[in-house]
Design a protein. Structure first.
Lengths: 370, 408
């Protein structure tokens, strides 16, 4: 059978027809109201688009975020909708991106900037730590820096070196930064809107392995919730969520580890053990109240995170819970984290990442026999 | 605010700037971008005006002499600046200030940096640019808060459009780029003067700032005060470029070099750079050759890395004495005028002495107050802990003084 050959003009015609059909489908999709199944990527994209519609000072920039829509397509269509003044590509220089965002924020803008990958953000570390985090304090509140620094982070995608770091502890350790990390599609929308609304700088850590996770959400309901919160001056900022209620032990997780913790809880349920799962959501500020309320009820806890365990966010959570819940604990709090090794190559990463079995082993160790 | 859809044209901006220059001056692109063959100088160290032909003869590097009023205003600021430098150094020696990086010898650069800007423009200074900050209008005592040690900053940057004095080298240049970018998107005619030193040109953010400003075609004038040393390390260890001004051409912007101890030339060169930037030329780089007459700070010992003879050579090039000679010779300055200016400088010195001698009580709970605009439960908890410690300290002090009173 001879291959089908099309001339270039025919091909172009097909492409533009296909593009038109896609655009029409997208338009229908956009008008859809009520619950719909979307990805975390789409929720984040919609949050930025809605914020840009609502406030002209919201700008999006970074590497490849313009025509390409970002290497993960999170900024897809924003340049087309809002023009190259409001969503644009910068030269390839992370310190430049963050430093320029500082100046723009000093001069009335609300930059939402993308670091292409976790480990590519390190050249911007000085700007983040020395200026983004400190400017408000140095100027006694005269200068506010409403900057959102979006960082696709953590592993589980088979990425080669420098593409899978869990860098949240560096930022959480820096006074003056808020650190959010959504784990669900709805939170992707909700928390990014809140981050953009915040007058404080926010490190917005996006679990890249969850970008294509799907859930049924009602975007209009989320928009209405955001509008109502804005009106009341309330928000979900700094609140953890009970992702799954349970009575026997608490699994405390954030970002990419939340679905793993939920899977572990589901498996434990089959064995007759009821595990509560807390989604931390906001690392800074930290919701001691929700986390400790759960641990006081269950008396047992395991903290789960992909990052190295040593001197980590997981260590901080264990310390905080232990200080506040000591007399309610039936067993020492366990951690299930990444090993203290550089993030492994793709064929080795499953040995490194906290998985269901390792979590269940830790749960088994919580001195049930006593 | 109105941001037009496509202002951030990433079209060949540098070519636009260059072709504009080619059209304006009838010169080649290289002539426009490369600095003059010699640093621009108008008034020599002996205070005489250079012949017009020697002031700047190359096409695209011709500068006009600033007006008399501007020159007199600059001289007044030079004298005030010198007095401020010496007063602050004295206050450090007396233990009334933690540290002061003096710009003694660099006052011409400091003054010209402030005077070349309009009200709506922004300045992004370094830790050594206190005199420029004051010349821009920031209160002298507020400027010194940083160095007195009661807070890491003492003024509101947006009030005078002066960035907070920056210590991590060249990081502030990017902030200047961002301010200019935001202004450009809103169609405002703001120009930003972003300052750094010679050693700082080795930093990565120097490169990123110049490149961003050039690519986005922003109205930023980068002003490098080449005072020959980065603490102890001479310029030869930082760069082997023909001059720091030559670095501009690599970014597609124009560079210029100027005698940094000649305030007349500085006003002319910076004035034109600001004007070009405002007219849409894109960014420019100006390198001023000057000298840090004193040590890096009071904690430094300059005799370990430079010769007295070298310092003596620069004494002869002092920016104040040459300007005084020049203005006197021109008949613009007489003894009365000089006395009036000296009085003004003394008044600022008195303001600094009095302001900095005053014991300002620090408020410990301020530690927590400004970390975020919306605070966190963790900071509230820590703030309460410190408040409790303070209350107990106060109570025990009160008890101690009561019992002491009772014993008497």
């Amino acid at each position: 059978m001879s291959p089908t050959v099309t001339t270039s003009s025919e091909a172009n015609g097909n492409v533009s027809a296909a593009t038109a059909r896609a655009a029409a489908r997208a338009a229908v999709e956009a008008e859809k109201t009520g619950p719909q199944t979307i990805t975390l990527a789409k929720a984040l994209n919609t949050a930025m688009a809605d914020a840009m519609h609502a406030d002209e000072s919201v700008l999006v920039f970074g590497e490849d975020v313009g025509m390409l829509g970002g290497v993960f397509r999170i900024t897809d269509g924003l340049t087309k909708t809002f023009g190259t003044s409001r969503c644009f590509d910068t030269p390839l220089a992370e310190s430049g991106i963050v430093g320029m965002a500082v100046g723009m924020a000093m001069n009335g803008m609300r930059p939402v900037i993308e670091m292409q990958f976790d480990a590519f953000a390190y050249p911007a570390f000085e700007q983040i730590v020395s200026h983004v985090a400190k400017m408000h304090n140095r100027t006694k509140g005269a200068v506010k820096l409403p900057i959102v620094i979006r960082v696709p982070y953590a592993g589980g995608i088979g990425g080669v070196e420098h593409h899978c770091d869990s860098s949240e502890a560096y930022y959480a350790h820096t006074a003056g930064l808020k650190v959010f990390t959504p784990a669900t599609v709805a939170d992707g929308y909700r928390m990014l809107r809140e981050a953009i609304d915040s007058d404080d700088p926010v490190m917005f850590m996006e679990p890249k392995k969850l970008y294509w996770s799907k859930d049924q959400v009602d975007l209009d309901a989320l928009r209405a919730e955001h509008a109502a919160n804005t009106e009341r001056g309330t928000s979900s900022e700094g609140r953890a969520a009970v992702a799954r209620p349970g009575t026997d032990a608490t699994l405390i997780a954030y970002g990419p580890s939340v679905p793993t913790a939920l899977a572990a809880a589901a498996a434990a349920a089959e064995e007759g053990r009821s595990l509560e799962v807390i989604d931390v959501r906001s690392i800074v500020p930290f919701d001691d109240e929700t986390v400790c309320a759960s641990v006081r009820t269950t008396g047992r806890a395991v903290v789960i995170a992909e990052a190295h365990g040593f001197a980590s966010v997981a260590s901080e959570i264990v310390a905080r819970v232990q200080e506040r819940c000591f007399h309610h604990l039936a067993a020492p709090i366990r951690r299930v984290t990444g090993f203290d090794v550089p993030y492994p190559a793709p064929k080795l990463e499953h040995y490194y990442l906290p998985g269901v079995d390792r979590i269940l082993d830790a749960v088994d160790d919580l001195q049930w026999e006593d | 605010m109105t941001i037009s859809a496509d202002q951030t044209a990433q079209q060949p901006a540098q070519q636009d700037a260059a072709s504009e220059a080619v059209r304006k001056f009838g010169i080649t692109v290289e002539d426009y971008m490369l600095p003059a063959r010699h640093q621009i100088q108008m008034v020599g160290p002996d205070g005489t005006l250079n012949p017009h032909t020697e002031q700047g003869t190359q096409p695209g590097h011709e500068y006009s002499l600033p007006g008399d009023a501007e020159l007199l205003a600059a001289y007044e600021q030079l004298v005030v600046g010198r007095r401020v430098n010496d007063q602050n150094s004295a206050l450090v020696r007396q233990g009334r200030m933690a540290v002061y990086p003096s710009s003694h010898g660099q006052e011409a650069c400091q003054v010209a940096a402030a005077l070349c800007l309009s009200e709506g423009d922004w300045m992004f200074p370094t830790y050594r640019d206190s005199v420029a900050v004051m010349a821009r209008g920031v209160d002298p005592v507020q400027t010194m808060t940083l160095f007195r040690g009661d807070w890491h900053g003492g003024y509101d940057p947006s009030r005078h459009k002066v960035g907070i004095q920056c210590t991590p080298l060249t990081t502030q240049l990017l902030h200047g780029v961002g301010v200019a970018h935001a202004a450009k998107l809103r169609g405002e005619d703001t120009v930003v003067l972003a300052m750094c030193g010679d050693g700082a040109t080795s930093e990565g953010d120097f490169h990123e700032a110049l490149n961003f400003a050039a690519v986005f075609h922003l109205p930023v004038v980068f002003f490098v005060q080449n005072n020959q040393y980065a603490i102890s390390v001479p310029l030869a260890h930082q760069s082997v470029a023909p001059s720091l001004a030559h670095k501009a051409v690599g970014y597609g912007m124009a560079g210029e070099r100027v005698d940094g101890n000649d305030v007349v030339a500085l006003l002319a060169v910076l004035g034109r750079a600001v004007k070009l930037a405002r007219e849409g030329s894109g960014p420019l780089l100006v390198e001023a050759h000057t000298y840090r007459m004193q040590a890096h700070t009071n904690a430094d010992d300059a005799t370990r890395y430079r010769q007295d003879s070298e310092v003596a050579e620069w004494v002869a090039k002092d920016p104040l004495s040459r300007m005084k000679t020049y203005l006197t010779h021109r008949g613009l300055l007489d003894d009365d005028g000089a006395a009036r200016i000296a009085d003004k400088a003394e008044a600022v010195a008195t303001q600094l002495r009095e302001g900095l001698s005053e014991e300002v009580p620090v408020e410990p709970l301020d530690l927590f107050k400004y970390v975020f605009s919306t605070t966190t439960p963790q900071l509230k908890e820590q703030s309460a802990m410190l408040a409790d410690e303070l209350a107990r300290d106060a109570a025990s002090t009160a008890t101690a003084s009561t019992s002491k009173g009772a014993a008497k």
